[in-house]
Structures are given as C-alpha cells and as structure tokens.
Design a protein around this ligand. Structure first.
Ligand code: MN
Length: 486
C-alpha cells in the first residue's frame, strides 16, 4: 500500500508576498513529510495553490497519476475559494480536508499581524470548507495538529480507505455458481455494483474448472503439499483426500490468473458437478493468500472480502457466518461449513478429514482451529435494498472460546456484539444484515465508514453508541432520503 500516493495540496494566495509563500511551501513540505512517516500510503507535498489555473493543473496530475489514491488539502493562509471551483469539479479521487496548522500553540509573547496573516488556517479552512459544502464534495474533514497522534490515526484510517477504494475499482470476481436457490440476502444488482463500486462479476460453468483440475500435475500438487506441511499440522492419514484439495487450489488459482486476474471466488455446495469434494482446505488456503471468497453464490461478500483483505494487509480478515448463539453468555459462534480463513487461527490449523452432511460429496479435507481474540473487530455486510446498496458495519469483540469444542470440525470465531448482545443483534436484524459477513480484526469501523462514503453507498453503523430506538428512526429517515435521491 505504501506504493500508493496521497498528494498534499496547500491553499494560499499571492496577497501576502513571496516571503510568506516561501514559508508556506517549506512548512507544507515539512508537514507532509512528517505525516507520511505514519501513513500506510506515501503522502507527498504537491504544490501550493494560488490560482484557479494552478489548481486545475494540480487536480489533473492527481487524476492522471494511476498510483494516486487521494488528496489531502488544507489552507495555510486564507485561500479565496472561488479559485478552487474548476479544479474541484474535475477531481475524481477522494478528498480529505485536513483542518490543521503548522504551529500547535500560539506564540503569545511575540504574536503580531505578520504571524496572523501567515498562519490563518482557521480562517482559510472555513472559506475552503464552504466551497466543499457548496459543491457537495462528500469529502472527509479531520481536525487537529499535524503531529497529534489522534489526528494522524484518523488520517491513516482515511488513507487506508482511499487505497481500498482505488483497489475496489479493479476487483474481479469469478463465480462458479449462481446464488443458492431461494436465498434472498445474497442476491443483488451486479450492474449497479459494477457502476458504483467497480466490481466485475463473471460467471463460469463449473465444468471449465473441472477441466482445469484435470490439468494439474502431480509435481504441482507435491509443491503445494510441502507448503501445507510447513503451515499446517497434517492431522489425517487420508493423504489422497488432502492432495485432491491441493489440486482444487492450484486449479482455482490458475483459472483466476489465466482468465484475467480474478481476486474474488464464488462457489456453491449444490452446484459442484464433477468434483468429488467440496473445496474446503483449498478455499481456506486461497483466502490466506488474499482472495475474497463468497459461499452459496454470494458474489458481494467475495468482492467485499477481496477489498477488505487488501486494506487489512491480508491479516485477520475473511468470510464469516453468524451461526449459533450462547444466549446465556451473550456470544455468537461464527463459522462456515468448511471455508473459514486460517487468518483467523489462534492455534496452528490442523488438516483433518471429516464427513460433511451437506452437498452429497465425499469427505472433504479442511483446516480446523480455534479462532483469535481481538478487543476490537468489525463484521461487515453489504445488502441490496432494491434502490441502493447498504453497507452495515458492526463493532464486535472477538473472544477466546470459553470452552473447548472437541467435536467442532471447522475453524471458527466467537464474539460479543456492540453495544450489547440484545441491541446489537436486534439492530443488525432491523438493518437487514446478512448471515454472511466479512470479519476483520485489522480494520476499524472508521475504515469501513470512510470506504462506504467514498463508494457513495448507504452506511449503517452498530457500535457502543447505538441506541436501538434512535437507530430504528435513522433507518427510517435514511430510507426516505435514499428514495428521494432517485
Ligand atoms: Mn453460508
């Protein structure tokens, strides 16, 4: 992600003379360099903007640079904002207005009008903010001293979302199945997702994958088996069953690369004609390498998973399914029939072979492990409301398994809901959140809200501040607003 660039633009004007402008440029360079050190992307000072022509030229550079994922702008001096209009109307990348200042404190003993004119962000950032509001820019505003850890954390979260937003525009999902019959929540408008989020979702008959599986060589399988032996504990003597999964993994990975770079994979246990097992271990290992995965035809979760994996640096992120509750302790056990990512493993995953009562196939190999604990994680769902997409983001706490579950033959996670079990679950259900989610212990609610705002989808948050009756009203109001937008 550090290869991605966020350009730093400073607003000023010529009124205060060359000496002031030299200071403005020098300070901006210094500030951008300082900020860069703690950002997941590279922050580069681009220029000081003093005229409409300069701003148009700067925005053209921002738009045309394929590595650039966004812009940070602020005003060192007063910066008349009519000159920003033409440039801002051309901007195609996310904008963060960082309302900051070069100096943290006022120089109380020496302050005079020269200092006031050179350092007037409070003044300039309001003029700039007006034109952003007037242009309905959907920009982010972050306030604080540029060395303040809290402001830097917010900025880093936004930069990560901006990189995710750019990544999203190139996400391609390969689906070997349509959605599971009769299931509603995994459905959605693929054309709308392509227009709004950049997701390209293509279907291939599973027979083409079965052909590709037939082309995998024994040498290729040997190599992947050696990789498995290093990463996992071989806890079965049914080696042929495991080799079959290795064959699936090589074929799926090869198919995705050879057909145009798919980073999301979708299958469905009911439509794998020609395969002996459900892909379990294969999909788990592919998720550990950055693929997004959606089960039962769920292409939205495959694409969302790919984007979130990228943002999370391929750690602690993957498909999850709200499965079953411990109502006494207010916990949820999440898992899937097989395909839980080893990125969630707290214990070294064991490769085991067990029967599977679903899908009518032979016993599949899968990774079995206990899930990680993390005080703050997110569970994210994307649903199609018919007239827009709704991104639902819930703060959860991943907890250690309170008891051993020796007969559980899959990887899993256990968590507590925010704000509490009752209201957290009710809010999720009122919002229409799906059973399939992408969970991440490496991303924050703010990451996902920033990303959702960049996408321009409806964003619903359930966290420690959620009050159920207010939340229900917010859903009602949002519905009226989104309907009037059409
Ligand atoms: Mn499922």
């Amino acid at each position: 992600m550090k290869e991605k660039i966020v350009y730093w633009l400073t607003g000023s004007q010529t009124l205060y003379g060359d000496e002031v402008l030299a200071h403005v440029a020098q300070h901006s360079q210094e500030m951008a360099d300082y900020v860069n050190a703690s950002m997941p992307v590279t922050v580069k000072y681009l220029t000081t903007c003093k005229s409409s022509e300069e701003i148009v030229a700067a925005i053209r550079k921002v738009n045309e640079d394929d590595d650039c994922v966004g812009v940070i702008a602020w005003c060192h001096t007063f910066s008349p904002a009519k000159m920003w209009i033409k440039g801002l109307k051309l901007l195609t990348k996310p904008l963060c207005h960082f309302a900051t200042q070069y100096n943290e404190r006022l120089p109380y003993d020496t302050i005079d009008m020269d200092f006031m004119n050179e350092n007037q962000s409070a003044h300039g950032d309001r003029e700039f903010g007006y034109i952003l509001a007037r242009l309905r820019m959907d920009n982010k505003v972050i306030v604080g001293y540029y060395k303040d850890p809290e402001a830097l954390r917010e900025l880093a979260e936004w930069c990560k979302a901006a990189a995710g937003f750019a990544f999203s525009k190139n996400v391609k999902v390969c689906r070997f199945s349509d959605n599971m019959r009769n299931v509603a929540v995994t459905e959605g408008d693929k054309v709308e997702a392509h227009i709004g989020l950049g997701w390209e979702v293509d279907y291939y008959p599973v027979g083409e994958l079965v052909d590709r599986i037939g082309e995998v060589t024994e040498e290729e399988v040997d190599r992947l088996m050696a990789e498995y032996a290093e990463k996992y504990i071989m806890d079965t003597d049914r080696v042929d069953v495991v080799r079959e999964q290795a064959r699936y993994e090589i074929a799926i990975d090869g198919f995705c690369r050879e057909n145009g770079g798919y980073i999301g994979i979708v299958d469905h246990f009911g439509t794998l004609h020609g395969m002996n097992q459900l892909p379990g271990l294969a999909i788990q290992d592919l998720q550990s390498k950055g693929y997004g995965f959606g089960a039962e035809g769920d292409w939205k979760i495959a694409a969302l998973g790919a984007v979130m994996q990228y943002m999370a640096g391929q750690e602690g992120t993957g498909l999850m399914e709200d499965y079953t509750y411990d109502l006494k302790d207010g916990l949820c056990l999440g898992a899937h029939m097989l395909e839980v990512s080893p990125q969630f493993a707290a214990t070294k995953p064991k490769i085991q072979v067990h029967p599977l009562g679903i899908g009518g196939k032979s016993d599949p190999a899968r990774l079995v492990f206990e899930g990680i604990a993390a005080p703050e994680a997110v569970a994210v769902s994307m649903i199609d409301m018919g007239d827009r997409l709704r991104l639902i983001v819930q703060k959860i706490e991943l907890v250690k398994y309170p008891h051993k579950m020796p007969k559980l033959p899959v990887g899993g996670l256990m968590w507590k809901y925010r704000p509490n079990f009752k209201d957290g679950v009710a809010a999720w259900i009122y919002a229409g959140g799906a059973h399939h989610t992408v969970v991440s212990s490496k991303l924050t609610v703010q990451n996902m809200v920033d990303l959702g705002n960049m996408w321009g989808v409806e964003v619903v948050v359930i966290d420690e501040h959620t009050e159920l009756e207010t939340f229900k009203k917010e859903l009602l109001w949002a519905d009226r607003i989104w309907k009037s937008k059409l």
